[in-house]
Design a protein around this ligand. Structure first.
Ligand code: G3I
Length: 388
């Protein structure tokens, strides 16, 4: 069967129905076939959309197994050597569509809350790894990489015993013990870590939180050094929001990581969270420029927590979903073009479970609806990863 670029959406929907397809080369050819296409030489008949005057071209090419299985975000990402991920909450594993879609569509998992300090170490000296273990075991079973999150973050979910009553030395010891315990437990099984989350202030310098106030700005470097010592092979990321495009906070994040690198701190990447509104989001061209300058430092870059709110739009729901699709597409299409960009992670994948509803009000920010059906946003992401 042949699909043309004109009815690409139908093709992608067909693709999403589990069809086996071969995405063409840069020539923009698509072929959809109901029959599994094995790694063999196949005669593939395509219509070229680049030269409509050209009659049907017969193209014989060897089709690799990977190319012939572009039936999910994960397959499309695998074909490009990218990671496509989602925040994961093991408490939802009981609901069959959740783990099914998680394993089918994603090759990269980040714990939404399972590794928060308040979850894994509620009382001093007491550790609870049940949810974190469940996530890492699921990822192992489904050949998914894991990004641990977050090692050091003092805005939310600190356990009660980690507070300003601790002396600087006690807090420093607590931070070191958390990092060594958690990173050490998953050594060789967790691919990357958000070592420090949201340390840069929205307006000036570093955020004046518990760690900065007690330990000074040096806590950032200390955290990275402890993490590297606990697992020298893990990629270590700095993660933040509001620094995706260009501007004051983006510049401060850039200066922070540049300084860390200059001081020999083992930092390997930056996570750009990308919590945005379809009404107001960073210019994809500025995101590209930002990724380029971070990559020029030798750092890897990932979108680490993407969701696109649509509650601020005033159009009909179908129109808002269409705008959302375009925003997902345009941002990700800009990022995947950049050297050094390794992954896009969504902060959840179903509107049934998003932090947005409780923090901003009811919304539909993710790729699948409450009934786990792919939304237009899903197709926008697939097309962006496919290079369309
Ligand atoms: O588990 C408790 C539950 O026992 C209790 O009954 C309930 C009511 O208080 O709270 C539950 O904990 C909540 C937790 O999410 C699990 O649902 C916390 O109160 C709530 O603060 C926590 O919110 C999380 C938030 O980080 C703060 O930690 C969100 O789910 C999570 O999506 C959000 O994720 C952050 C990233 O880690 C860092 N970047 C920003 C992003 C969004 O804020």
């Amino acid at each position: 069967m042949v699909s043309s670029k004109v009815d690409r959406r139908a093709f992608l929907k067909y693709l999403g129905a589990g069809a086996i397809a071969v995405a063409g080369t840069a020539a923009g050819y698509y072929v959809a076939s109901k029959q599994p296409v094995c790694a063999s030489t196949e005669t593939v008949v395509v219509t070229s959309q680049l030269a409509p005057s050209v009659a049907i071209q017969t193209l014989t090419r060897t089709i690799t197994e990977t190319e012939s299985r572009l039936a999910s975000l994960r397959d499309a990402a695998d074909a490009r050597g990218l990671l496509v991920g989602t925040a994961v909450e093991p408490n939802y594993f009981y609901d069959p569509p959740y783990p099914t879609i998680l394993a089918r569509e994603f090759n990269f998992a980040t714990p939404e809350n399972a590794m928060q300090w308040g979850t894994s170490n509620l009382s001093e000296g007491q550790w609870d790894f049940a949810r974190a273990d469940a996530l890492v075991e699921f990822a192992d079973r489904h050949d998914m990489k894991v990004k641990g999150h977050p090692l050091v973050w003092d805005k939310f979910q600190l356990p009660g015993w980690v507070n300003s009553d601790l002396s600087a030395d006690e807090l420093r010891h607590a931070m070191q013990e958390r990092i060594q315990t958690l990173v050490g437990r998953y050594k060789g099984r967790v691919y990357a870590w958000d070592v420090v989350n949201e340390a840069v202030d929205d307006h000036n310098g570093l955020r004046k939180g518990l760690f900065f106030n007690k330990l000074g700005e040096g806590y950032v470097a200390e955290a990275f050094r402890h993490a590297h010592e606990a697992d020298p092979d893990a990629l270590l990321f700095y993660n933040d929001y509001g620094a995706e495009g260009l501007g004051g906070k983006s510049d401060r994040v850039y200066q922070l990581v540049k300084k860390l690198l200059g001081n020999g701190v083992p930092i390997h990447g930056v996570g750009l969270q990308m919590h945005v509104s379809a009404k107001d989001y960073p210019d994809p061209r500025e995101i590209s420029t930002n990724i380029r300058r971070l990559a020029a430092l030798g750092l890897k870059v990932n979108i680490s927590e993407m969701d696109v709110r649509i509650r601020d739009l005033t159009d009909s729901l179908p129109k808002r979903l269409e705008v959302q699709q375009q925003v997902y597409h345009d941002i990700i299409a800009a990022c995947v073009q950049e050297e050094g960009f390794i992954a896009v992670t969504f902060w959840g994948f179903t509107d049934a479970h998003s932090w947005i509803d409780s923090w901003f009000g009811a919304d539909d920010p993710l790729l699948f609806d409450e009934n786990y059906k792919p939304k237009p946003a899903y197709w926008g992401v697939l097309e962006a990863i496919l290079g369309e």
